[in-house]
Design a protein around this ligand. Structure first.
Ligand SMILES: [Zn+2]
Length: 242
């Protein structure tokens, strides 16, 4: 039996499209419902959180999560991915270099612990981390059935070297931005960011969604094109690029 978005603490963004803001790092997870299919966007910050999200998504859609798109390889977005090991998994091309291999996993684990994740949860997630089988170079159209097609777009680099956005057509259109856009605080530019390229990534994001789309940031409330454009200009000024 399915439940409403609100009953599980999710926000309905458009018909068959929802998101929830996770505790801890206020990280957004998105869900797009198809015909016997479900696309989850990002996976939570631990294996346990991924498992909880899987259960909620199954209750919301009435079936299992068949597709998982990872917006970028930061622990709060990818550490729950192993809970969806049966799903077709997507990431921007090159993401495998940040989640595969002992050294990459150790870096992710250390970053998670630095940011306050319990060390045992970080150990567990890093150990079972899943490498996306499908790497998106440019754009990838995903057919979720029942006329529902979504576009996975490699719009980076920017927040990281592997930023993937998800465009869900409809009225309104919805763009899941990952951490290229943040509403609840300043966009976070760590050592793996590409500041010089970030404004151009936001230009591509705006090209994708246009003026009337709803933009779902990686952290914070849903925003409009004007907000994204203002953040683009602020980042350009902050990093001294045009
Ligand atoms: Zn991030």
């Amino acid at each position: 039996m399915t439940v409403t978005w609100e009953e599980l603490g999710w926000q309905r963004v458009a018909a068959g499209v929802g998101r929830c803001r996770l505790p801890g790092w206020d990280c957004t997870v998105g869900l797009v419902v198809g015909e016997g299919t479900a696309l989850l966007i990002d996976s939570g910050s631990s294996l346990g959180e991924g498992g909880r999200l899987r259960g909620q998504a199954e209750r919301l859609t009435g079936h299992r999560v068949t597709h998982l798109a990872l917006t970028h390889p930061h622990f709060d977005h990818v550490f729950g991915a192993a809970a969806f090991s049966g799903a077709e998994m997507f990431g921007a091309v090159g993401i495998e270099t940040t989640v595969d291999g002992r050294r990459a996993r150790e870096e992710l684990r250390a970053d998670a612990v630095r940011n306050g994740l319990d060390a045992s949860l970080a150990d567990e997630a890093a150990e079972v981390l899943v490498v996306p089988r499908h790497r998106v170079f440019g754009e990838w159209t995903l057919d979720l059935g029942d006329g529902r097609r979504v576009l996975l777009a490699n719009v980076g680099p920017g927040h990281t070297a592997h930023d993937l956005a998800v465009l869900v057509p409809g009225s309104p259109e919805v763009v899941f931005c990952g951490d290229l856009v943040e509403e609840s605080g300043e966009p976070q530019a760590g050592p793996d960011a590409a500041p010089a390229h970030w404004p151009a990534a936001l230009d591509r994001l705006l090209d994708l969604g246009g003026e009337d789309a709803l933009y779902v940031p990686g952290h914070g409330a849903v925003v409009d094109a004007a907000f994204v454009r203002a953040q683009r200009d602020a980042l350009a000024a902050r990093f001294g690029v045009s």
